[in-house]
Design a binder for this molecule. Structure first.
Ligand code: GLN
Length: 285
């Protein structure tokens, strides 16, 4: 049955809202994004051409995309892309979907990476490479090393570095520090490790169901990756180097204490835009 674009969007917005318990604004935006992708147009075009009939081939493409979204697949995986810090990154189910709170980690790291001279920076568990690639582009004199235990994640991160012309990043397959070898000491180490507790009910809801569990969950307390990084970081750091860690809303106190115990000082926690403790840093030496 032929239908006008506007009517289709209206009906499907309601269906999506109900199926995924989205708020109306998100459901509207998502149906428009799916329709725009099926038609090969932008959202402005859609709004101006709402009265037009949907051609059968476009309707079929749209129906496929909508069906995937109705089954819960995250919009970022359907499109294979997600914006972070103003850059468009390729993503896949091999990596976590970039989240806005990680921009805080990038901002805090940027403030500690000199723009006018070389600086060595390590990104642990790089995933799609958003942190390393963003820092590399904004600090062209910095030398970055990005590591991940997952070969599929590393391949994607490398592709993002190529697409976004970040040539100052070296990629290494490594389970945290274990395969790092003697690449030297770092002035800044940054990580958004898995930090959700393995039993957290959120893992069974929404986008998280489709994301790689090893990139989200870290043992029963959610602290195992943070603990390992904190315990092993210092020998890999230059004098006065800074370690910056993203963590859960309730892990600030733990992270500060663990850093202090490992010999870090000036340990401070920063809040994200939602007002929760999100990034803790400490200085060594
Ligand atoms: N902030 C993410 C979430 O709670 C978790 C990201 C992570 O584990 N690094 O969905």
């Amino acid at each position: 049955m032929l239908s006008a674009i506007r009517d289709r969007l209206g009906a499907d917005q309601a269906q999506l809202m109900q199926a995924l318990a989205l708020d109306p604004c998100d459901a509207r935006l998502e149906t428009q994004l799916l329709m725009a992708a099926a038609l090969g147009v932008n959202r402005a075009w859609l709004l101006a051409h709402g009265e037009e009939m949907l051609a059968p081939a476009a309707a079929a493409r749209y129906a496929d995309l909508l069906e995937r979204r109705l089954a819960g697949e995250p919009i970022a995986y359907i499109f294979g892309a997600k914006e972070f810090y103003g850059l468009m990154f390729k993503v896949s189910p091999a990596v976590l979907i970039p989240r806005p709170e990680t921009e805080l980690l990038v901002e805090l790291a940027l403030a500690r990476i000199a723009a006018d001279r070389p600086c060595r920076v390590l990104d642990l568990g790089t995933g799609s490479g958003i942190i390393a690639v963003t820092l590399a582009r904004l600090r062209p004199l910095a030398e970055l090393v990005a590591l991940d235990v997952s070969p599929a994640a590393l391949a994607l991160a490398q592709e993002n570095a190529r697409n976004l012309e970040a040539s100052n990043v070296q990629f290494i397959e490594s389970d945290w520090f274990s395969a790092l070898g003697s690449v030297g000491k770092f002035d800044v180490i940054v990580s958004n490790p898995p930090y959700v507790s393995a039993g957290d009910p959120h893992l069974a809801h929404g986008d998280l169901r489709f994301e790689p569990p090893h990139a989200l969950a870290a043992g029963p307390s959610g602290r195992s990756a943070l603990a390992r990084i904190i315990a092993q970081a210092a020998p890999n750091m230059a004098t006065a180097g800074t370690l910056l860690l993203e963590h859960g809303y309730d892990q600030g106190e733990y992270t500060r204490a663990a850093l202090q115990q490992a010999g870090f000082h000036q340990c401070v926690t920063y809040h994200d835009l939602a007002g929760v403790e999100r990034v803790t840093l400490g200085t060594v030496g």
